[in-house]
Each structure stands twice: as C-alpha cells, then as structure tokens.
Write a new protein. Structure first.
Length: 325
C-alpha cells in the first residue's frame, strides 16, 4: 500500500508541476526543507552537509535543517526519505556507504539507490587516512606491512562496522599488501577512534574530517591517505599508491538525493543552488581544511558516477567476504 500511495502521490505532484515547471523552480522552496542524514552529528557526512545547507538557507531564504537518523548502516534514514512525498521538501544527505556499498553488502536491501531516488547533487569526496596509535612501532606504510608480515594476525585494525567503507578499504589494502590483520568492528567511527587512541587496537582507516584532529593533537600518527594524489589538508602525507601500491584508491563521498519522481524543475534548482554553495570561497576553504574536496556535478553526472561506484564497491565487498542478511 505504501508503494501504491507513493506512486499516486508522485503522479499528482508531477501533474501539478507540469503545469508551470518554470514557476515552480522560481518559487521553490516556499517552506523549510528537511534534510535527513543517516549519521550522527559530528561525522563527515553531517559536518560537510550542514556547511552546504547553511549556504542554501542564505541563498533561498528558507531553512534547510538536518534531521539526523543514524543506525542500520544508513538504512533507517534512506527508507524514511524513500517513503516521503516527492515534492522537494524531504531530501537525503547520504554517503557512499548507504548508496554504493549497501547494495553489494545486504542480501535484502529495502531500497534501490538507482530506482527509488533521483540524484540531486554531489557534496564532497572525503579521503581516508591510515592512522595508528602513537605507541605502535611502524612509522610508514612500508614499516606497517613489514611489521604485519613479522607478526601475522597479531595486528588489530578497527572499523566503523562490518562492511562499512573503512572496513572495505582496509581489506583492499590488506589484500594488496598480502598481509594478515585481525578485524575489530565497532558500532560507528567514534568508539573505534577512542579505542585506537587508547591502544586497544593498533590501526584503522578513518575520514580526514575525523582523523586529522587526533593526528594534530598527537593522539594518533598518520601513515598515508587513500587517494591517488596527495591531499591539500595534509600534503606531507604520502598516498598508499606512492607507498608501493600503484593505483590504490578508496575514497568515500557525500551526496544529496531526493525521492523518485521529484520534479526535474526542483532537482535542477537544488543542483544549481548546491553547486553555487560548493563553489563559494567560504565553503571551499572549509572543505579543504577538513580534508574534503567539493564534488560539483550535474544530476546526470551524479547518476552515472553512482552506477560506477556501486559496481566498484560491490567488487570490494565480494573480495572482503563481508555479507549482511
């Protein structure tokens, strides 16, 4: 019944918008817009999304408020938006996890990122930093690999959970380096970082947004980054690729999606406003300080990007052996 009601509502909205799409684009939004995020406050998706939403509020004169609904690897938030009216007043602030990793990870995923949503705009790519506890001997990627080979299975690495992005990227690295590591999954990044800082685990990949403050405080040591090229926020850090693993890359990202059947006029208006925000000096500077790169895309470009990413991360999931029923 829910799917039927949603389809009927979509037909009604589409019919109404077809009357005067240009007028709709000019007047939208006429009330506050709810932006649902599947992550808690303070994580990269939330932090970067809020910076852009603040700019949208300035440019449109309407509130774009973030509604955090963490849990179930982003599924709770994603379902909430999928079932919302496709009128532009409920959007999804999401990442590569729910949108590109989950399709290959869950055997029974209650949504289809490509069929149940329309791409609106990219927000940012967020590199991962390979970090270790300061008391852990290795001081470079090579030293980590050498240490792991000398102590097979004794090095514990943390992640934000089974099958999440930093788990998969570490498995990609483990496979490329041909080393044995022991996975210790946590319920989210914050508790994993806490245990890494205290020495309960030795190593993990984490987003620049979350990891670099710990590194700058001396509570962790960074060995490298997951991007093909060095990052502006920490140019002194070598890439995993240049540390002996050419072509290595594993980069999460953040984007805005809307329920399927959201009118094109609204999607285009949102895309233009978000891209304008991303290109503003203030947002660019803030993103770069966080180690993130603005991701300026058209809706069509984001849709094609999503398709490629689903294929890439599905292959990573298969290689890792991770699966959630």
């Amino acid at each position: 019944m829910k799917s039927l009601a949603k389809a009927l509502w979509g037909a009604v909205v589409l019919a109404a918008m077809a009357v005067a799409p240009a007028a709709v684009a000019q007047t939208y939004p006429t009330k506050p817009v709810r932006v649902v995020a599947g992550f808690p406050p303070g994580q990269a998706t939330d932090v970067l999304g809020r910076a852009v939403m603040a700019r949208l509020q300035e440019s449109t004169g309407q509130q774009f408020y973030v509604d955090n609904k963490p849990g179930a690897a982003g599924i709770i938030a994603t379902q909430a938006v999928m079932q919302a009216p496709p009128d532009g007043y409920t959007l999804l602030l999401s990442s590569s996890g729910p949108l590109a990793v989950n399709p290959g990870l869950y055997s029974k995923l209650p949504y289809d990122p490509e069929k149940d949503f329309v791409p609106v705009a990219g927000i940012a790519s967020v590199p991962l930093v390979l970090i270790v506890n300061p008391s852990f001997p290795p001081k470079s990627v090579k030293e980590l690999v050498d240490y792991a080979r000398a102590h097979p299975g004794e090095v514990n690495y943390a992640s934000g959970g089974q099958g999440v992005t930093n788990h998969l990227v570490m498995e990609m690295f483990r496979s490329a380096a041909n080393i044995q590591l022991t996975h210790v999954p946590y319920k989210g990044g914050p508790p994993a970082l806490t245990d890494l800082a205290s020495g309960q685990v030795q190593v993990m990949f984490e987003t620049t947004t979350a990891a670099l403050p710990f590194v700058r405080q001396g509570r962790m040591r960074a060995l490298g980054v997951s991007t093909v090229s060095r990052i502006t926020a920490a140019p002194e850090l070598p890439t995993i690729a240049e540390s002996g693993y050419p072509g290595f890359s594993g980069v999460p990202w953040v984007a805005i999606m809307a329920p399927a059947h959201t009118p094109d006029a609204i999607v285009k208006k949102l895309n233009a406003e978000i891209n304008k925000a991303l290109e503003s000096p203030e947002v660019k500077q803030y993103f770069l300080a966080q180690g993130a790169e603005p991701m300026v895309m058209s809706p069509d470009q984001l849709g094609k990007f999503l398709k490629v990413e689903i294929g890439k991360w599905s292959s990573a999931v298969k290689a890792s052996g991770a699966k959630v029923e």
